[in-house]
Design a protein around this ligand. Sequence first.
Ligand code: WTA
Length: 633
Amino acid sequence: MYHIKNLEQYLTDYKYSVEEPELFWEGIAKNNFTWQKKWDKVLSFDFSKPEFKWFEGAKLNITENCIDRHLKENGNKTAIIFEPNDPKEKEEHISYNELHARVCKFANVLKSQGIKKGDRVCIYLPMIPDLAISTLACARIGAIHSVVFAGFSSNSLATRINDSECKMVITSDGSFRGNKCIDLKSIVDEALNSCNTIETVLVAKRTNSSVSMNTPRDKWLQPLLDAAKDECPIEIMDSEDPLFILYTSGSTGKPKGMVHSTAGYMVNTAYTFKNIFQYEENDVYWCTADIGWITGHSYIVYGPLLNGATTLMFEGVPSYPDWGRFWEVVQKYKVNQFYTAPTAIRAIAKENISHVKKYDLSSLKILGTVGEPINEEAWQWYYSNIGQKKCPVVDTWWQTETGSIMIAPVPSAIEPIPTFATLPLPGIQPILVDADGALIKDHLVEGNLCIQFPWPSIARTIWGDHQRYKDTYFSKFKDRYFTGDGAIRNEKGYYRITGRVDDIILVSGHNLGTAPIEDCINEHPLIAESAIVGYPDDVKGNALYGFLTIKSSINGNEHEELYRQINKLISDKIGPIAKLDKIQFCSGLPKTRSGKIMRRILRKIACKDADNLGDTTTLLNPEVVDEIINHAV
Ligand code: WTA
């Protein structure tokens, strides 16, 4: 039941998973993992609280399943290949035996620094082996890791550290990305000026840049690792103990710390990894995401290692030293499964095809995409040029909140078609509902995508704010999980994800809430009000358009300067990813009579669809609409 081999099996397993969900997941859990104690009950749940418990009563440690379990037969197999940013630097091949030793050493260092089960540890590292190793080290001793993408600003880092009251930060002196060298440690130092729960900062050496060490808080990692023992017993965890927190943007307010638990997450990520990538012994698998995002957690670290796979970690970017880098790496390691984001495909497709043609890509078997809808052109380019029309393109839909892939064509069973994520994996029950929550049974009608039955890797709560968890995902439609995405379904039952239906915009596959960006802009002394909307962009999927009103009138040159200042403010407070691509200064923003900004209108203007605005006469200030249209950028 663990490995879906063909369509017939997919259909049988799917039917069984809907009719007997507990028996279905129990069958997978029982035979493919090491348990210190089996569960008393497979599932209990209550959508109204909401509460979900999987494999209740079971005891385990996920790192025993990711590492120890493979040592006897596969100790010398490569677990992690590390490909550095600079192709001239030597790569690393870390065997399962070595991974075991390094995770144990790291875990012993954490313990020696006073980290205990349940403590939160913030990890702010570039894509170097210590990132994977430190997450596993936390899991080994039952500490809850909170990995923060190392492209986030000091302000974003501080917000995340404070929200979950982390005791430790693990970082490095710096990071390499393309031809840039980023001073990570000073970003941490700045963040910690506004954090008071951090007791220790462990600093890995990566760039050898000079950093200031604030003793006794800051400690170099290497000497501690050198002195640590390479054996560390596992902490026995309950199935429902939190494994990690990972922050994702909300449509309003501060980021949401999604909490994932141990056993359900383990079973679900392992099962989906095996089936989406049809991983076979000796395959080399590569996901280009950063471990700072859920894709990296589930499909660089946990999913592959749970299956005893060889997983590649890449430190660099697709354009360095030139746009052929991905394919050079595929050729170098004979990569069999390649998983990336549509935004990367579009960026590469714009460049000269000779960057692709130079390399031997014949090892590839499966191509995956994730993070945003993939447009037909990008899909076809990927399928023809990278897969040479031989590899299925698996469009995987899922979320930070879902923990694992939910809807995607399992390649052994379903023939992919462009722009459709196609069918749910066994165990996943998607539905479409209209604005009132009524079930949509028809085809080719757009609806709100919901999931009507729990699955093992559903996030259990938002750290410190269970009410927000309930309000965001379980209140709009009763007794179902609301994804925040819209979708349509064709006559074969295939799902096509149409995009967010809330105020989250996907820029290069990264979720950005509009409210936090607006709050940041509004802090500028000259800005009275702002509204951010998305508009289509060839490479990034969506780009950001800001409509801003200023407090006092300024002249043309000053506009330029203000534009620069605003993007600097956003870069510093949120991160460069949230910078605005277009800014329009307006005398007012269109509002309803109750004072709400009508983003729908601004969205149409930004998308150059202003002929189609609908009725604007009920606005409080209809006159501003023409002015905004006339001066649109
Ligand atoms: C979007 C990433 C269309 C969607 C794993 C979702 C997608 C959000 C796809 C979650 C896809 C992700 N097709 N849209 N294949 N995959 N999305 O939390 O809007 O970073 O709600 O998780 O990305 O983004 P997140």
